[in-house]
Design a protein. Sequence first.
Lengths: 145, 386
Amino acid sequence: MFKTTSKIMLVDDEKDFVEMLSLRLKENEENVIAAYNGQECLDALEKTQVDVIILDVKMPGMDGIETLKQIKKRHPLVEVIMLTGHGTIQSAVEGMKLGAFDFLLKPADFKALTEKLNKAKERRKEQMERIQKAEAAILLRQSKI
Amino acid sequence: MDQPDVTEDIHILLVDDENDFRQILAKRLKRRGIEVREADRGEKALQMLEEKPVDVVIMDVKMPGMDGIECLKQIKGKYDLMEVIMLTGHADIHGGVEGIKSGAFDYLSKPIELEHLVRKIKQAFHKIQRILAEKKEAAFKEQITQQMVVAERLVALGTMASGVAHEINNPLAVIQDSAGWLQQILEKPEMQHMPRKNDFNKGLERINKAVERAGKITQQLLQAVKTQTTEMADPSTFVEASLKKLSEEAITLVEPEAALKNISITLEMQEPCPAAWTDPLQLLQVLLNLLSNSIQATEEGGQIIVSLSASLEEAKIIVKDTGSGISKENISRIFEPFFTTKEADQGTGMGLYVSWGIITGLGGLISVESEVNQGTTFTITLPVKK
């Protein structure tokens, strides 16, 4: 299967969960990094370019919604998929309104997760291409003047 | 108190050994629309009451054999709602007082003035009605209190269970992904010839199935707790839903299951077609649950009746089956989470708990009546559009 070289970040305070899901995604040749709370996620974003973030809603300290707001403020083009428990589905809706790409109910089905992940990667890729094209057009026009 | 001037529904027994007096009085009372039976002595009166009780007894104090006072005592001992008016001879105040002490409603001295007697009969009758109304109200209050006790217990159980469910969901996700990871690895080309690969796959398959089952339980639990606690569910999903359409949909969905056991499901309803102000999808879930429970509890060839009705205040859905029924010990626990009498792999004990949560969340009530080997009746009341 063709793989784009996207970078994915997993954010969840449940370390075992992050580890296992990372292993699975890596098994599918994905490039995955992990963060165990909202702050770690934001710090990592300053250093590394990330395409898609899989973000748990319920975390101690800065929760998923607050983290999402910060991500979108600083890096609006990063796609975010929210992970929610059944009781916190309301916050998934809130997350979507704040610009999250999609959400998944925990425990998430891996197949559904990879499908949504691929769609998010696809959108991110198209968006980046459009930006590149626009930038190229600007450069082209500037060089003509 | 409002006392309507109705004498038609009053049944009395007139007891006096003086035949002429009794017969004339009976005739005059009958003319007033009062239902009168007659007895000429105390023993006879008791026997007649045994056959068919009345509202008010009018009885002479002085009678041969069992006297009026003795007969009165026996009546009051046996029928706590029956009122007795004593008739005493002229100037025999003593007998009247004795009668009141023994529980008579009042006494009248002979000669009797008809108007006076009729007035007394009505008063006694209204007293009975008042007591009956009070009893009914007390029973209603008792029922409401009991429902609240049950609801409180369910909410407490739900809060605890949902806490557990939340905590279990995380490790479940870890188990699921660990098993999934191993399966992914087994599918790799380099693992193609791994020894005993099938055994590994089999074990992982079982883990997945068990995780899925556990996940379903936690989801149902969380859903039930959520629907019952988010005050009135989400009002934006409320519509005026046709109960006929919903019931037909539910029946169509369970019909194949019913057909296997040759069970007939009939829909009865009151015109015009009842509608409820509710979330149709959630209500459908409850109906499906009740119907499939009924099918499971009903023998070959049994019958299930869904009946619909509505008033200005509420809409009602009754699901009645001719199934095995629910025992007295079980019926009080039937809405509790995890309560089931089915085999471990047949049911999780969540269905009725979820249903209860949904109906409560929709602002309605769900109750159950059952008799072992006779069948079970679930009644759902829901709000209507005001």
